[in-house]
Design a protein around this ligand. Structure first.
Ligand code: SAM
Ligand code: SF4
Length: 339
């Protein structure tokens, strides 16, 4: 592949990490993410797998070396493995890492094929180890199936990181159980501060309530009462900060987009399942790459559209719970943008 000049934004940040949502659909209905009767987009609005491959390939030509596939639930997209197979061709030829974030429900089937496509690491979202609470938070999920998926991923040789959304009054009591489980299973664990995205209901139908917001500052302080936490210098260019537990224990991450400013080192952009390129998770500005893909233009015009968008990447994000009442929250869904 011929490589073009790399993507550098107006603040001299090189854009090397692309997160792509391949579907807005999901087989779970996590209360903080989707309404139970979520209206999905018409199929024609979604990029086809061929369009996704062409777009991601353009990003690799422009210097993206890490690609994370997400959704919705990426593994419920029909024939998604053909897309993984296509992208795996770029591994070692511009692309260093091909990975995904999944709810784990389909991993028992797909772990082997994903590993065969060069996927070495997978992030699995899991908020509780209690089967009843798991069903309550995901509405439709089965903990056992996800745990089988995690086992299959490990058997296929993948390294697993668990992502847990910190929810006050929900998984507070399981903090130490989750840490012990990850330690025993040799998995890393990252806590995510809940973000004000999409539907935030009043709690009457089980949707996320604002009083479930559990600042990771508090969570971390609670961990520090029991464990020695050593700050790690690891930086991924994103909102995560890492510690090592008890010197040699698992690596714990904290993703705190609301309370920490991580924007100076931001190296990433996101593409939604409809081909909208978001330069910043916390801003509404997006570029319509589907129009560029469907307009019959060649790869040069597609690259120009990407470059033009990157030139608008803002300095920082704009999340603020205090501005909820005046429309400060993000109206789009995490399942469109990709978490
Ligand atoms: N379905 C896949 C999964 O659950 O891993 C991938 C997409 S999901 C949108 C990606 C991540 O976003 C998950 O870890 C999920 O817990 C997280 N997420 C969804 N809604 C969120 C919210 N309102 N605040 C914080 N994290 C959220
Ligand atoms: Fe689906 Fe992931 Fe959203 Fe849960 S967090 S509803 S698994 S997209």
């Amino acid at each position: 592949m011929d490589h073009a000049a790399p993507l550098i934004d107006p603040f001299a940040r090189a854009i090397t990490y692309l997160r792509v949502s391949v579907t807005d659909r999901c087989d779970f209905r996590c209360t903080y993410c989707m309404a139970e009767h979520m209206q999905f987009l018409p199929k024609r609005d979604l990029l086809t797998l061929e369009e996704l491959e062409r777009l991601c390939t353009a990003f690799v030509r422009l210097g993206v070396s890490k690609l994370r596939i997400t959704g919705g639930e990426p593994l419920v997209r029909r024939n998604v493995m053909s897309f993984f197979e296509g992208m795996s061709q770029h591994l070692g030829a511009g692309l260093d890492e091909l990975t995904l974030t999944t709810n784990g429900s389909q991993l028992d089937r797909f772990a082997g094929p994903l590993a065969a496509c060069g996927v070495r690491r997978v992030n699995v979202s899991l908020d509780t180890l209690d089967p009843n609470k798991f069903r309550a938070i995901t509405r439709w999920g089965t903990l056992d199936k996800v745990r089988r998926g995690i086992d299959a991923a490990r058997d296929a040789g993948m390294r697993i990181k668990i992502n847990t959304v910190a929810l006050k009054g929900f998984n507070e009591s399981e903090l130490f159980d989750l840490v012990s489980w990850c330690r025993a299973e040799d998995m890393d664990l990252t806590f995510i501060e809940v973000m004000p995205m999409g539907d935030m209901g009043d709690g009457t139908d089980g949707t996320l309530r604002l009083d479930q917001y559990w600042p990771l500052r508090d969570l971390r302080a609670r961990l520090a009462e029991r464990f020695a936490l050593t700050d790690l210098p690891d930086r991924t260019g994103g909102p995560a900060r890492y510690v090592r537990l008890d010197g040699t224990g698992p690596r714990l991450g904290f993703i705190t987009p609301l309370t920490h400013n991580f924007c100076e080192s931001c190296n990433r952009v996101r593409v939604t399942c409809t081909g909208q390129l978001f330069m910043c998770l916390g801003q509404e500005d997006a570029a319509d790459l589907r129009a560029a893909l469907r307009g019959g233009a060649g790869d040069g015009a597609l690259e120009d559209a990407i470059r033009y968008a990157i030139a608008r990447k803002p300095r920082g994000h704009d999340f603020d719970y205090s501005r909820q009442s005046v429309g400060g929250r993000m109206s789009r869904h995490m399942s469109h943008t990709g978490g």
